[in-house]
Structure formats: structure tokens, C-alpha cells
Ligand binder design. Sequence first.
Ligand SMILES: N[C@@H](CCC(=O)N[C@@H](CS)C(=O)NCC(=O)O)C(=O)O
Length: 220
Amino acid sequence: MGGTAVITFYYGSGSPFAWRVWLALEHKELPYDLKVMSFSSGDLKAPEYLRMNPRGKVPTIEDDGFSLYESAAIVEYLEDQYPQSGATLFPGDARSRAHLRRLVNEADLYLDAAGRKLVQAVLFTNKEDWDEARISAGRVAVAAELSTFEDYLSGDYYGDELSAADFTIYPLVALMRRMEVRKPDLDVASLIGPKMSAWIQRVESLPFYSRTYPPHWKAK
Ligand SMILES: N[C@@H](CCC(=O)N[C@@H](CS)C(=O)NCC(=O)O)C(=O)O
């Protein structure tokens, strides 16, 4: 879009929230400058970062002097600020858009909460301290949410077309699947139904998808 300033995008590899924003920026064909922040080296707790985002998390964007954090708010902002750029993130009429926002909220409130249980129990716990009962409770929670989100799919995407809902849900599901690299017997794959499997393929076939793949996942 003529006159659009380059958006500075503070990103962290593997963060599903940062991934959502990356997919949204690509979908809207907005120019951005990717700043890959390290979780371990204190980048997110540096005073200059905390001035933009006092929670010290990714993602954050800075757009011509305006900084914003919280991925769902960022996605809404990109659509509101750049309605003419690229493709829309919230297609359809008021009811279709409300449906998409409901899905975004459900993903953030319930799908993420279930995933977090597994992330805490598997990724953020040393292998020697793994508590199989805790892990299995996390897997049960994930199974229930994946089943709900399987039922929600009736077409190619979560809404009538590709939208912010897909960009919100996909990274959360990808992180759940990714945990199998750490613990193969988690078998998250078997919790994913046929409609969601086909949808995953569809998202992964998007022309910009591979550009947004978490850099540190590429190694293994
Ligand atoms: N609700 C926030 C969540 C952001 C978040 O939890 N980011 C995590 C990575 S997935 C983070 O930066 N954690 C670093 C920390 O807490 O130190 C959003 O949607 O942007």
C-alpha cells in the first residue's frame, strides 16, 4: 500500500502468538522488519523492550511510532489500519466476522489453556522430572479441545474463507503437534480428526506459509 511505513515486528521463534501475527502480516501483504527476539538472552526483559511491552512477551509491533502488544489486538489493528492492503483478515458480513472473533476468543481461552497444560508438563519440565499423570491430564484436555475444533470445521477454513481464525488456531495446533518431537509417545497426531488434518494441509500449502515457519524448528 502506498505510503505504508515498514512495521517493526518483534517475534520469538516457536511462539504461537507471534506466528499468528506473522501469518496476518503476510496475508495482508504488509511490509515488515522482522526482529527475532531471544527468550533466553533477556531480550524481552531489556528496558527498551519493556517500554513497548511491559509484560516482556512476544509479539509486539511498532508502526510509525505506535506500539502494540497482544496478538489478537495486533491482528485487529492490522485490519483496521490497513483495510485496503492484501486480503482481509475478517471477511464477510457482521455475523460472519462475529463468528470469526468468537473462534479467536475460544482459541485463546480454551484451546490455548489446554495446550499450555501440555507445554508446561512436557516442554517446560526437564525430562527427568516428567510426571506422566500430569502429562496425561494435559493430553486429555488437548484431546477435548481438538475434538471441539474438529467439529467446528465444516468447509475449507474455520470461516467461509481464510481468516484471522485460521491464523489463530493453526499455530496453537502446530505447537501441540510439535511436542511429539520432544515426546514421541504423546501421539498428538491421533487426536487430530480428518477435517482438521485436511485443514492443516491447506494452511501449510499457503504460498507464504514456509516463510513463517519457526526458524528453530527447521533444525530438527
Ligand atoms: N496473550 C499474549 C501471549 C504472549 C505470550 O505468552 N508470549 C510468550 C511466548 S508464546 C512469551 O513471550 N513469553 C516470554 C516470557 O513470558 O518471558 C499474546 O497473545 O500476544
